[in-house]
Design a protein around this ligand. Structure first.
Ligand code: ADP
Ligand code: MG
Length: 734
């Protein structure tokens, strides 16, 4: 009885701190904590990054040079040699009459480790040295004497089986071997009662093993498990563990999405008057995709709960028009609209297009930017507060700070990828706390009874669909997957610097044909004096030497706002033929007559950025040309980026490659703060499971039914909350 109690007390729960795992203790647990491993659960989710097949021990006589081999042999003799460079430990082992030398470089620590007659299990690479086969730096395990050896070999963590290989930690102090031992200890002492949060029907459908079985097998695969499935993390055990993580994330997101539909929003009217107002501004027939997106948006806006929708589409797919149509619905219903852009330049550009496109409607449009005089800002704020500014355009920062709207009905967020998931969760939190979107909400006492505005998020870089589902899982998604008609595909070429004369001749020809050109210089950091200087020098040359007879202008982020506006307008009107610019034109600029985009030092730009730049041309009927010039040596990745651009215009394909080249963290530009910290899942490898998880999460929330019981739903929701709590801190779900 007593022993039973003691065993139960020693059982490890998933939430038990790692230091209680046999072999860890306080010191090592600190190293683990730095790696984000603080509980038994964390430790057990430190998965092997590969596996080694160390089944089938071999005979010394049959070893081949270059192979990885496992063998069991007896210690014969050993010695430590000091070469000039390092101490080498040498051990001779034997099987009957065969002998084999094993070497460990820097092996002084092994000096007193072995005794003649001991049986060892060894695993390592067979190498040829001075005409003799040897094992170099092999993994080993002492199996002891002949009597105990058989039993020990059966239990060995190092040989005679498929062995998990872990990433080491603590600057190599916690080795793969150490993890094998420790994780094995944790598994042995793990409570048999692991909670099961995935409903039985789902488990059956996907043939998922139990949590306990999955954890065991992912670390210690059964003999004969497919090595290929193991390496690609697609054994049933792997699938269970990865799916589980994604399932609970998706469950949380899906719940958030549904919750939104229980809140109070504005139910806008979509009557004939509104339809007329929309038609009046349309300069052309909307594409099928635009119509579909508008229909989805309008239908959300008519409903009495707040819209939360993402409008996704490649550059040039015509998002702006759709956004303005949505704005018209709100304005015609007597509400104000806020359009937030990530940068001041972009806000200005939205302002220009709004004025141009919405001109016939006579709406009152204001631009609120940081560079305005204080008096002017105050005046604009007053117009907003009094409700006579109908469309307010500004930067996120500006609008989110204390702007008091009289009657805010719709917020359009031009996201341009500046927000990652974690930031969005934070924003959501703020929204939840404030009732409203971000700090747009007015003080609580005023707004507690008020309805939340609708929110439309626009994103420019196409995100592969499955990723959009995770990143924006709490939003409904509309996709513009069709380009406006009349576009001729852009021709993209890459050329070395030395051919710039040809390039300028070509630009001249295009200008003579009445077209316009952009020349972009990489000033990534607008505050970098030296980069800006180089750009200005380039401008000086082009305007004075190369094209003295043409109108050449320059545009960069540090120019005065009014001047920028003027340059942009002149370019728009065709009065400037060549616009030398920094990356400020990356997004938003829309001049259909511009047919050439020359990018200097294209190798310095990211793939998505180049695609965005290229999106500035190819907007009219004439053929457009993107010329990527490279100066100096281009890295291998740089080569792949530039070649991808030459090969395809498809933003989705480019996004995929970008994701592959940079990894999700860089891709979303939010390495530190942006992405959910997945324990085991990978956004690239596990898209199929993500899709599945999303589907099953939605199915669960529409239950209970013949397959899923209420208690299973409750259990799943409970697990989801605990996980979200742990991963995202205070973010509340459900
Ligand atoms: P983005 O999705 O990159 O914001 P824009 O909204 O700037 O794209 O639109 C790109 C260009 O296509 C603009 O010149 C715009 O006026 C034009 N455009 C948008 N919709 C259509 C359409 N249905 N037919 C023709 N041209 C369109
Ligand atoms: Mg746009």
């Amino acid at each position: 009885m007593l022993t039973a109690t003691v065993t139960i007390l020693q059982m490890l729960e998933p939430s038990t701190p790692v230091q209680f795992v046999k072999g860890i203790g306080p010191k090592l647990s600190e190293i683990l904590a730095a790696k984000g491993v603080s509980t038994v659960d964390d430790l057990l989710h430190h998965l092997p990054f590969r596996y080694e097949d160390r089944q089938n021990p071999r005979g010394i006589a049959e070893l081949q040079m270059g192979e990885m081999a496992t063998l069991i042999a007896e210690v014969r003799n050993s010695g430590l040699f000091r070469t000039r460079r390092m101490p080498i430990f040498q051990l001779t082992v034997g099987q009957g009459r065969s002998r084999l030398k094993c070497l460990w470089f820097n092996g002084a620590y092994l000096k007193d480790k072995f005794q003649p007659g001991q049986l060892l299990a060894l695993y390592g690479k067979v190498e040829l040295n001075r005409g003799e086969l040897q094992l170099v730096n092999p993994e080993f395990e002492i199996l002891g004497t002949e009597e105990t050896a058989e039993e020990k070999a059966a239990e060995s963590l190092e040989v005679g089986r498929i062995v998990p290989i872990y990433e080491s930690a603590g600057q190599g102090r916690l080795t793969s071997r150490w993890f094998r031992r420790i994780i094995n200890n944790a598994l042995k002492d793990l409570t048999p009662e692991l909670p099961e949060g995935i409903p039985a029907a789902v488990r059956r459908r996907l043939t998922l093993p139990s949590p306990r079985e999955a954890l065991w097998k992912v670390h210690w695969p059964t003999d004969g498990e497919s090595l290929h499935d193991l390496q690609s993390q697609r054994t049933p055990a792997h699938i269970r563990i990865i799916f589980e993580e994604l399932f609970f994330i998706e469950l949380g997101l899906e719940l958030k999405r549904r919750e939104q539909k229980t809140k109070t929003g504005h139910a806008f009217q979509l009557n004939d008057g509104v339809r007329e107002a929309i038609k009046k501004i349309l300069p052309f027939h909307p594409t099928g995709a635009q119509k579909r997106a508008l229909k989805e948006i309008a239908s959300d806006m008519e409903k009495p709960f707040p819209m939360r929708r993402l409008l996704q589409g490649d550059v040039g797919s015509g998002k702006t028009l759709v956004a303005f149509e949505a704005a018209i619905i709100a304005i015609e219903n007597g509400f104000q609209v806020a359009l937030m852009a990530p940068t001041e330049i972009l806000a200005q550009q939205h302002y220009f297009s709004a004025r141009r496109i919405l001109e016939p409607s006579g709406y009152r449009i204001v631009l609120l930017t940081g560079s305005l005089e204080d008096d002017r800002k105050r005046e604009i704020r007053r117009h907003i507060a009094q409700g006579d500014a109908q469309l307010v355009i500004g930067t996120h920062a500006l609008i989110e700070q204390r702007v008091d709207f009289a009657k805010l009905g719709l917020v359009i967020v031009d996201e341009q990828h500046r927000f990652g998931v974690m930031q969005r969760f934070k924003l959501m939190k703020k929204r939840d706390a404030n009732v409203g979107t971000g700090a747009l909400a007015r003080p609580a006492e005023q707004s507690s009874a008020a309805a939340e505005p609708d929110v439309l998020v626009m994103t420019a870089t196409p995100i592969p669909r499955t990723l959009a589902l995770t990143l924006y899982g709490d939003l409904d998604i509309s996709v513009l997957d069709q380009m406006p008609p009349g576009r001729t595909p852009i021709v993209t070429r890459r050329l070395g610097d030395e051919r710039s004369d040809e390039v300028w001749q070509f630009v001249r020809k295009q200008a003579a044909a009445g077209h316009q050109a952009y020349v972009v210089y990489p000033v990534i950091q607008e505050n970098e004096e030296s980069e800006l200087k180089a750009a200005m020098k380039m401008y000086g040359q082009l305007s004075k030497k190369t094209f003295p007879d043409l109108n050449v202008a320059v545009l960069h982020g540090r120019m005065d706002a009014a001047l920028k506006e003027q340059v942009m307008r002149l370019f728009q009107q065709g009065k400037i033929q060549i616009l030398v610019s920094t990356t400020v034109i990356e997004v938003g600029v829309d001049v259909p007559n511009a047919t050439v985009m020359v990018v200097e030092h294209a190798e310095r730009f990211g793939l998505a950025q180049l695609h965005q730049l290229r999106g500035r041309i190819g907007r009219g009927a004439a053929r457009s040309y993107c010329i990527l010039m490279t100066g100096g040596k281009v890295s291998e990745d740089g080569d792949r980026r530039l070649d991808a651009l030459v090969r395809t215009n498809d933003g989705f394909q480019i996004a995929e490659l970008d994701l592959e080249l940079r990894g999700p963290g860089e891709f979303f530009g939010t390495r530190q703060a942006g992405l959910p910290s997945f324990q085991v899942a990978s956004l690239i490898r596990d898209r199929d499971l993500l899709e599945l998880a999303k589907k099953e999460a939605a199915a669960l929330l529409s239950g209970p039914n013949s397959e899923i019981s209420q208690s299973e739903i409750d259990r799943a929701l409970w697990q989801m909350r605990t996980r979200w709590q742990k991963t995202y801190g205070l973010v509340e779900v459900g």
